[in-house]
Design a protein around this ligand. Structure first.
Ligand code: NAD
Ligand code: UDP
Length: 319
C-alpha cells in the first residue's frame, strides 16, 4: 500500500538514501530541509519524480502536512557542524521533535526519531546495550548534540505515554557511504577526501579510539524494518558491530585508494568517546534477524568510488 511520508532532514546524507528507498517502494515522499548541511545535489535526481516533493523549511518552526508517517532526521550530525551553532543544534533536536510529535498527534501518524549512539556518551560499558543509560557530560562541547538527542527521546516517550503517540526510536551508530558531505568533518569522509587529494590524513589523538562503521544501505534497511513493525517502540541500536581503531580505518583507506598520503596526528577534541560498538541483539530479535550485510572494506570501496567521481566532477560541494 502506498502511503505519504514526511522526512525532515531529507536532503542530508541519510535522508536522501531514505527518500530513494521509500520512493522505490512506491510511496510518496515530502522532503523537508533547511539545507544547513543537506544539499540539493543529494536529491536532484528525484526532482522529476511526481511522488517526490521538496520543501525548504526549518523544523524549529511549526509545520503542517497531511502524511501517514514522519521520519525525523533533521539535525546536523558531524561534530564541527553541530558545534558551529550549538544553541541552534539543541533547538533543532528539541523543538523539531516537539513539532513532529505535535503534527503526529493531529494526524494520528507514526513518528520515527533518528537518535544516536551519542546518547551513551563516552560509554563505561562495552558493547553498548539499549538498557545502558549512558555517561554524558551535560556541559561539554558535544552536549548540544548528545543532550538534544536524549531530550528528543524523552519527548517521544512522554508523548507516547501521555498522548498515545505511536513512536519508533533508532539509535544510529556511525554510518557512512556515498553522499556524505565531503567537508563535514566526519572521520570517513575526511580520510577519503584527504587520501584522494594526496593530503595528510588527520588522526585526532593517538588513533586508538574505536568506532563501529555501518554502511548506509544496511542502516536504511534497519530503519524500514523498525518503522513498519508493531512489537516495539525501541529505542533500538542499528549499527555494525565490527569495531575498528581510527588507525585501522586510516590504514584501510590508504590501502584501498593507493594514496601517497601520510598519517599525521592532531589534538583529540574534548569529550571524544574512547570506544563505541553496538550490541544488536534487540535489532536481530525485533527486526526479522536484521544484521549488517556490507563489510567495512566493501563499503569503503563504494564510498571511495563516489567521492572520486564527485570530486572530479567538482560536484562534491553541490548546490
Ligand atoms: P546530515 O547532516 O547529512 O543530515 C541532516 C539533515 O538535517 C541535513 O540535510 C540538514 O540540512 C538538515 N537540518 C539540520 N538542521 C535542520 C533544521 N533546523 N531544519 C530542517 N532541516 C535541518 O547528517 P546525516 O548523517 O544524514 O544524519 C541524519 C540524522 O541521523 C541526524 O538526525 C543525525 O543526528 C542522525 N545520526 C546520524 C549518524 C550517522 O552516522 N550518519 C549517527 C547518529 C545519528
Ligand atoms: N577523527 C579523526 N580524524 C578526523 C575526524 C575524526 O581522527 O579527521 C576521529 C574523532 O576524533 C573520533 C572518530 O574519528 O574519535 C570519529 O569521529 P566522527 O566525527 O566521524 O564521529 P563521532 O566522534 O561523532 O563518532
Amino acid at each position: 500500500m502506498s502511503i505519504r511520508i514526511l522526512i525532515t532532514g531529507g536532503a542530508g546524507f541519510l535522508g536522501s538514501h531514505l527518500s530513494d528507498r521509500l520512493l522505490a517502494d512506491g510511496h510518496e515522499v515530502i522532503c523537508m530541509d533547511n539545507l544547513f548541511t543537506g544539499r540539493k545535489v543529494n536529491i536532484e535526481h528525484l526532482f522529476q519524480n511526481p511522488k517526490f516533493e521538496f520543501i525548504r523549511h526549518d523544523v524549529v518552526d511549526p509545520f503542517k502536512a497531511e502524511v501517514d508517517q514522519i521520519y525525523n532526521l533533521a539535525c546536523p550530525a558531524s561534530p564541527p557542524h553541530y558545534q558551529y551553532n550549538a544553541i541552534k543544534t539543541i533547538k533543532t533536536s528539541v523543538m523539531g521533535m516537539i513539532n513532529c510529535l505535535g503534527l503526529a498527534k493531529r494526524l494520528n501518524a507514526r513518528v520515527f526519531q533518528a537518535s544516536s549512539s551519542e546518547v551513551y556518551g563516552d560509554p563505561e560499558i562495552h558493547p553498548q546495550q539499549e538498557g545502558y543509560w549512558g555517561h554524558v557530560n551535560p556541559i561539554g562541547i558535544r552536549s548540544c548534540y548528545d543532550e538534544g538527542k536524549r531530550c528528543a527521546e524523552t519527548l517521544c516517550f512522554d508523548y507516547h505515554r501521555q498522548n498515545g503517540i505511536d513512536v519508533r526510536i533508532v539509535r544510529i551508530f556511525n554510518t557512512y557511504g556515498p553522499r556524505m558531505h565531503p567537508n563535514d568533518g566526519r572521520v570517513v569522509s575526511n580520510f577519503i577526501v584527504q587520501a584522494l587529494k594526496g593530503e595528510d590524513i588527520t588522526i585526532y589523538g593517538d588513533g586508538t579510539q574505536t568506532r563501529s562503521f555501518c554502511y548506509v544501505s544496511d542502516l536504511i534497511e534497519g530503519f524500514l524494518r523498525l518503522m513498519n513493525q508493531d512489537e516495539t517502540t525501541g529505542p533500538i541500536n542499528i549499527g555494525n558491530p565490527g569495531e575498528f581503531t581510527m588507525l585501522e580505518l586510516a590504514e584501510n583507506i590508504i590501502d584501498l585508494t593507493g594514496t601517497t598520503s601520510k598519517i599525521v596526528h592532531q589534538d583529540l577534541p574534548s569529550d571524544d568517546p574512547r570506544q563505541r560498538q553496538p550490541d544488536i541483539t534487540l535489532a536481530k530479535k525485533y527486526l526479522d534477524n536484521w544484521e549488517p550485510q556490507v563489510p567495512l572494506r566493501d563499503g569503503l570501496k563504494k564510498t571511495i568510488e563516489h567521492f572520486s567521481e564527485t570530486l572530479n566532477l567538482g560536484k562534491a560541494i553541490g548546490f
